[in-house]
Design a protein around this ligand. Structure first.
Ligand code: HEM
Ligand code: HEM
Length: 164
């Protein structure tokens, strides 16, 4: 399979929707934590707006993530710009694949904890928070480094689609 010259419009839209949903759930995760404590202690599931929002956003991340992974495997992604070093290109590829693993695993462990009562899954789910934060920070720093230092147009590849 030869690499495409650009991300498709769908890949770009999915990238940003998933990013917003994940960052939202990272910021507003405490509320479902309290609801989960209540569920564990009393068996009563409290579906207030924050809890429903967390579950809804997480399920969308899972569904959109599967769609996006399918696109990536079938269509591929553009080659690296060539401006970075072999080491940074490799590191960014690793971060991208760990993102895909988290996009599948984090909502799944959340669902297993909430609906399946699997407390070990809840522990794993909580553990993903610092991992996500560190990787997002590295990913954004890398994108900004390419944009402002290497000036190779990498950020623009996620800004506009040249192919449908
Ligand atoms: C990518 C999607 C998701 C992200 C980024 C995410 C993130 C988070 C974060 C940051 C917390 C708080 C952890 C803490 O207090 O340290 C949390 C808690 C929780 N989330 Fe999610 N979540 C996602 C999807 C889901 C889904 C789909 C469910 C399904 C019901 C879910 C269920 C829970 C539960 C039950 C807790 C409480 C865990 C506990 O207190 O032990 N999450 N989530
Ligand atoms: C939770 C947040 C995020 C996740 C999970 C995420 C995930 C990913 C993944 C997996 C890729 C690889 C391309 C693909 O498979 O579609 C990618 C590419 C990219 N992301 Fe993000 N991203 C996030 C946030 C951001 C933010 C905030 C920026 C802005 C600085 C950004 C900028 C980019 C750029 C410029 C690319 C293209 C890199 C290239 O062409 O080599 N991402 N992102």
């Amino acid at each position: 399979m030869s690499a495409p010259t650009a991300y498709s419009r769908t890949q770009i839209v999915l990238h940003w929707i998933i990013a917003v949903l994940i960052i939202g759930n990272l910021i507003f995760g405490e509320e479902i934590g309290d609801a989960y404590d209540t569920l564990r202690d009393t068996g009563v599931a409290n579906y207030d707006l924050m809890t429903l929002g967390h579950i809804g956003a997480g399920v969308l991340v899972l569904l959109f993530g599967i769609w996006r992974l399918g696109l990536r495997l079938r269509r591929g992604v553009p080659e690296t710009t060539g401006a970075g070093s072999a080491l940074t290109d490799r590191a960014s590829a690793v971060v991208h694949w760990v993102f895909y693993a988290l996009i599948l695993a984090v909502p799944t462990t959340g669902l297993a904890a909430w609906f399946g009562g699997l407390h070990e899954a809840a522990d794993l789910h909580e553990l993903a928070k610092p991992v996500f934060i560190v990787l997002i920070a590295a990913h954004v720093a890398g994108a900004l480094w390419h944009h402002f230092w290497l000036k190779d147009g990498l950020l623009d590849r996620m800004r506009m689609a040249r192919q449908a």
